[in-house]
Design a protein around this ligand. Structure first.
Ligand SMILES: C[S@@+](CC[C@H](N)C(=O)[O-])C[C@H]1O[C@@H](n2cnc3c(N)ncnc32)[C@H](O)[C@@H]1O
Length: 279
């Protein structure tokens, strides 16, 4: 069993402010997790008031994460993953899915929420052949992620890596330069690397999503849905693999596991999803 890479952080619990909602805990609440507090549940419920199906949408996003990692590990030969905006550990974490397909897979997790750091040990349960680590860092400063010693200790950036930005770029409005952030990450990865993105969108119900944006911003959280074209623009510098940027439930549905997936309503989850390959 690989040893946890995170030292116990003094004062960590003092840095977890449970009086305000935080993205990771709201998402955990929708996924049925236990690591959330009244402020998170209040925002989660307010958003569910605008989008009653938000919980199944969050699950659909999570299911895509599993399908994309499985695809990358099994079919694209990817054994290294940089999963940024990891979330609170839940079923089907990236290393679990990847190492089921390829036990030597290596995963670096990154999140800026101290509560995710507090749970990081659950992300360290690597297979003996593989390796996982966690970096507590902010995607606003992608260089701080790339320059963290855990990256060089865990990943070989001379070999292809999958950069996972699953349900995180909506916290970046255009002023935060998400395109530049993605470019910095991609520039550090060699040819043959992959970029995985999901992104909430107002394309399916503009009014409901406007209310979600308002509720999030009232709780102090930037929330910036993007259109299909806006999501595609984040893949600049990559070639989208089939089927391109599509509704999250329709990205390579797993017909073996869910034979009814063919009949799934593409608009049942309001996220665009795609996987691009750096040529
Ligand atoms: C909606 S969750 C998505 C979790 C996971 N990627 C998934 O799709 O299941 C978003 C995560 O991004 C993290 N996050 C938000 N802003 C971030 C930032 N600036 N830097 C790093 N992580 C961030 C949150 O703490 C949260 O854990």
């Amino acid at each position: 069993m690989a040893q946890p890479q995170v030292d116990p952080t003094p004062g960590l619990s003092a840095r977890i402010d449970t009086s305000v909602a935080h993205e990771a805990r709201v998402y955990d609440y929708w996924l049925g997790g236990k690591d959330n507090y009244p402020a998170d549940r209040a925002l989660g419920d307010a958003i569910a008031g605008h989008i009653p199906a938000i919980r199944t949408m969050a699950q659909a996003n999570r299911a895509f994460l599993g399908r994309s990692v499985r695809y990358l590990a099994r079919e694209a030969g990817i054994t290294q993953f940089l999963d940024i905006g990891t979330g609170i550990p839940t079923a089907g974490n990236t290393h679990e899915v990847a190492q089921r397909a390829e036990p030597s897979a290596r995963v670096v997790y990154v999140d800026n929420d101290p509560i995710v750091l507090a749970h990081a040990r659950a992300l360290m349960s690597s297979s003996p052949q593989g390796r996982t680590t966690f970096i507590h860092a902010d995607l606003h400063d992608p260089r701080s992620i790339l320059d963290d010693p855990s990256i060089a200790a865990t990943l070989d950036l001379e070999r292809p890596v999958a950069i996972m930005l699953v349900a995180v770029l909506m916290y970046f409005d255009d002023e935060n330069d998400p395109h530049g952030i993605v470019r910095t990450l991609l520039d550090a990865a060699p040819s043959g690397s992959y970029l995985v993105i999901t992104h909430p969108t107002a394309d399916f119900d503009e009014r409901a999503m406007a209310r979600v944006t308002h509720s999030a911003e009232a709780a102090g959280i930037t929330f910036h849905p993007r259109s299909r074209a806006g999501t595609e623009s984040l893949f600049a510098g990559t070639e989208l693999i089939d089927p391109g940027v599509v509704p999250v439930v329709t990205w390579r549905p797993d017909l073996a596991e869910h034979p009814s997936a063919e009949a799934v309503d593409p608009e049942s989850a309001w996220y665009w999803a795609g996987v691009g390959r750096k040529p």
